[in-house]
Ligand binder design. Structure first.
Ligand SMILES: [Zn+2]
Length: 378
């Protein structure tokens, strides 16, 4: 297995410069010096180190600013580092190799061999070896999974993951011992929120909420430019918000909570027809089947209640809705909007909804962004 060259840790100014270029794109030296308040001498030192480490290159002349004066720009070298992102579900392991700009270079997935911690750790290490052989120089690994993940001291611990049946698992340390590069773990929805906030639809926003719909309902929150974790890694845990006390029961036995309507399995269950899966019900709804359409309308109402409540609680600049259950926004947009309107005051601004199509590989890519942030200590 090829080892990643060990580079010296970056200084604060080096990290700030790199982050500026990563998030906002190429900039001239003068722009960076102005934005980060750096002297010419420190900027020269910082860029020399970043160029030596292969993280930054000097680009061709570009026309910059209002004067249109040509200026040489600094840009990141995406090929300067590679990262492995992993997403674990109860059934499968999804992996993606990205460059420094979080662009996917390779995607891979396979069934999870078992849900035991030991097997999963060995399987992640095996996938790392396989992908590192094709894409040498992976500098760090990031793993996202559904569950409560917190930092205890400088150790990240999976407090619990119901899909996997895990409790108190130091997953990052266990995988790190096998792969020999730094490993970070995070709740999958928070990792996706951080990825969108950094590289995606939330770039530049100080406050936003990300709602994922699919197997479960996840909520990630950015306040004052930071993804909120909470005291026990459970911030955004609002899947069981009550919607209708006379509604159907969720898995936990609540009547009419969001989880009783909105997850893909709840939409399927609403039809009370054995043998149907989510894809079948989606097809029925698109074909105009009344029961299937009603199931999506009820799911949309629940999503609207959830979104309106989040908008009122956090006053975000926007709410991003994504996930593999995103079809609810196409089939029940009116119900979503009506439920939000019901919860908003008459003189309040409409909630800015940003509906994003979704591919499952996005979860693994979010793991890679986690690795990038951890590697660069952002
Ligand atoms: Zn519930």
């Amino acid at each position: 297995m090829e080892q990643t060259p060990t580079a010296a840790p970056l200084s604060g100014l080096e990290r700030s410069t790199l982050r500026e270029l990563l998030v906002h794109g190429p900039k001239s030296r003068a722009e960076i010096a102005r934005e980060l308040g750096m002297s010419r001498a420190s900027l020269t030192r910082v860029t020399r180190t970043l160029i030596e480490q292969g993280l930054v290159a000097e680009g061709p002349l570009e026309l910059r600013g209002a004067t249109g004066r040509p200026s040489e720009v600094l840009r990141i070298r995406p090929e300067g580092r590679r990262f492995l992102g992993v997403k674990l579900t109860g059934e499968r392991l999804f992996a993606v190799v990205t460059d420094l700009a979080a662009q996917a270079l390779a995607e891979y997935d396979e069934p999870l061999a078992s849900r035991s911690v030991e097997d999963a750790v060995a399987q992640i290490a095996g996938v790392y070896e396989r992908l590192a052989a094709e894409h040498p120089g992976i500098a760090a690994v990031g793993i996202g999974l559904a569950g409560d993940v917190v930092a205890k001291g400088d150790r990240q611990t999976v407090l619990q993951s119901p899909f996997l049946g895990w409790g108190e698992v130091p997953l990052a340390d266990l995988v790190g011992e096998l792969v020999g590069v730094p490993v970070a773990t995070e709740n999958d929805v928070r990792a996706l929120t951080a990825a969108e906030h950094w590289f995606g639809v939330g770039a530049g926003y100080e406050s936003m909420v990300l709602v994922t719909v699919g197997a479960g309902v996840g909520v990630g929150v950015v306040v004052d430019g930071k993804v909120v974790t909470g005291a026990s890694g459970r911030a955004g845990n609002v899947e069981h918000l009550p919607v209708d006390p006379g509604g159907p029961r969720c898995e936990r036995g609540h009547r009419g909570c969001v989880a009783a309507y909105l997850p893909n399995a709840a939409i399927v269950a609403a039809l009370r027809t054995p043998g149907l899966d989510y894809a079948n019900v989606l097809e029925l709804a698109r074909g105009g089947d009344p029961a299937a359409r009603q199931a999506f309308r009820d799911a949309g109402h629940a999503l609207g209640v959830l979104s309106g409540m989040l908008a009122n609680t956090l006053d975000p600049e926007k709410i991003v809705i994504t996930g593999d259950g995103i079809a609810v926004t196409e089939l029940a947009r009116d119900e979503i909007d009506a439920a939000i309107a019901m919860l908003r005051g008459p003189d309040e601004a409409p909630v800015a909804l940003d509906i994003q199509p979704f591919e499952f590989a996005e979860w693994a890519r979010a793991g890679a962004v986690l690795a990038i942030r951890d590697h660069l200590r952002f």
